[in-house]
Design a protein around this ligand. Structure first.
Ligand SMILES: [Zn+2]
Length: 408
């Protein structure tokens, strides 16, 4: 029997243990203080016990945070020595998001409910799925007596859902030597429901607030005022001109181009017979990483000023969010190739690397020159009421991690 088959068979025996682990994890709500919780320490201690039972070398890279009773946000690093190959890392997170209104849940979100292949509860997918898949993948190597191809590491961080300042960002700043540019970093915290999508790139995000100021007058005398709504409407129409000004295309993304869309609009005057003197709207731009966001902002300013000038209005533009995406992980980077090979073995189908329109924690690695890939089987139930994950997916994802760690 091949080594890969031995590891996959071993993982297959973990089904009951995975359900039991989910039961324990779901019962410890790990909410950060920004979400009204006491942080992740109780959950970290639970997981630390499991890591210790496996015989892994454990290091805590905690971040101080006086807002929680324990005064700290735990970050776990667990390592196993391996062969001469590059180190392989799986990064998952301990914290979860709040439940939202309880009446939208079929059962208690903090108590695991099992229905056939589906496990329900807050955090079962995001991110217990990734945490357990990587944990049980490594466990399979240990129980089969297989040495990892390179050092194997599990990093389990706090604060992923509320900014990563006390989590991944802290770990990478406190231990800049921990992970090197040759290492393979996989983040099992997003993907597609067939488990074949490997995220290697993200677009930059620019959210603009546009305040248009005119002069408010009675609806019967528009000639005495400046209609801010009319000027804003012209600007909203002009937003899509940016598709032509920044028309570069990159097939790694879907859609392959940068996008520029007016989205939110604040309420203006509440009555019909007033010419509005102020109007506020917002623009959501998702921009290919190679385009400098400063150029996009300058293009909007120029065009909106032009319209404002024509209308006798004034315009103020500010960025509500400005995240310049780091360079992409190459679609043929070693981590992508190793991951794709393991996925092919487990699922019998080729994986496809691609980009996404939103930010992921992979950016923390990529901006430090560490090529990271985001992957797992992801049924898009994260943050929702009745969040669920599939036990079948969990087993298959653990097999992928076992093969990745073993380098087969
Ligand atoms: Zn997550």
């Amino acid at each position: 029997m091949s080594l890969a088959q031995k590891l996959m068979d071993r993982v297959e025996t973990y089904a009951a243990q995975m359900v039991e682990a989910q039961e324990k994890l779901v019962a410890v709500p790990a909410l950060g203080p920004d979400n009204g919780g006491q942080g992740e320490l109780a959950k970290a201690l639970l997981v630390e016990d499991w890591l210790r039972e496996l015989g892994l070398a454990i290091e805590r890279v905690d971040a101080p945070d006086h807002r929680v009773e324990s005064g700290l946000r735990p970050n776990l690093v667990a390592r196993l020595q391996g062969g001469p190959g590059p180190a392989r890392w799986a990064l998952s997170h301990l914290d979860v998001v709040p439940t939202g209104p309880l009446e939208q849940w079929t059962s208690d979100p903090w108590r695991l409910r099992v229905e056939g292949d589906k496990l329900y509860g807050r955090g079962v997918l995001d991110n217990h799925g990734g945490l357990l898949a990587s944990f049980f993948g490594l466990k399979a190597l240990l129980e089969e007596g297989v040495a990892p191809a390179g050092a194997a590491g599990l990093v389990m961080v706090s604060d992923e859902e509320t900014g990563s300042q006390y989590g991944l960002d802290h770990v990478l700043k406190a231990r800049p030597d921990l992970i090197g540019p040759q290492d393979l970093v996989v983040i099992p915290d997003a993907g597609e429901d067939d488990g074949l999508f490997i995220e290697v790139a993200e677009k930059s995000i620019l959210w603009l607030k546009v305040e248009v100021l005119g002069k408010q007058v009675h609806g019967s005398t528009p000639q005495d005022g400046v209609n801010a709504l009319y000027a804003a409407a012209r600007m909203m129409v002009a937003v899509r001109e940016m598709y032509g000004r920044f028309s570069q295309s990159d097939p790694v993304f879907a859609p392959p181009v940068s996008t520029f869309e007016p989205t939110r609009k604040d309420a203006g005057v509440s009555n019909i017979n007033t010419i509005p003197g102020k109007d506020v709207f917002y623009v959501d731009c998702r921009v290919l990483p190679e385009i400098d966001l400063a150029r996009v902002e300058a293009a909007f300013a120029e065009r909106f000023q032009e319209i404002a000038g024509q209308e006798g209005a004034q315009v103020r533009i500010s960025a509500e969010q400005r995240l310049q995406a780091p360079p992409a992980t190459p679609a043929d980077a070693p981590v992508v190739r190793a991951l794709a090979q393991a996925i092919q073995t487990v699922k019998g189908e080729p994986a496809k690397p691609g980009g996404v329109g939103g930010g992921t924690v992979a950016a923390y690695f990529r901006k430090r020159g560490l090529p990271a890939a985001v992957w797992c089987t992801w049924p898009h139930t994260a943050h929702m009421p009745d969040e669920w994950c599939s036990l079948r997916n969990l087993l298959d994802d653990a097999k992928v991690f076992a093969l990745l760690f073993a380098g087969v």
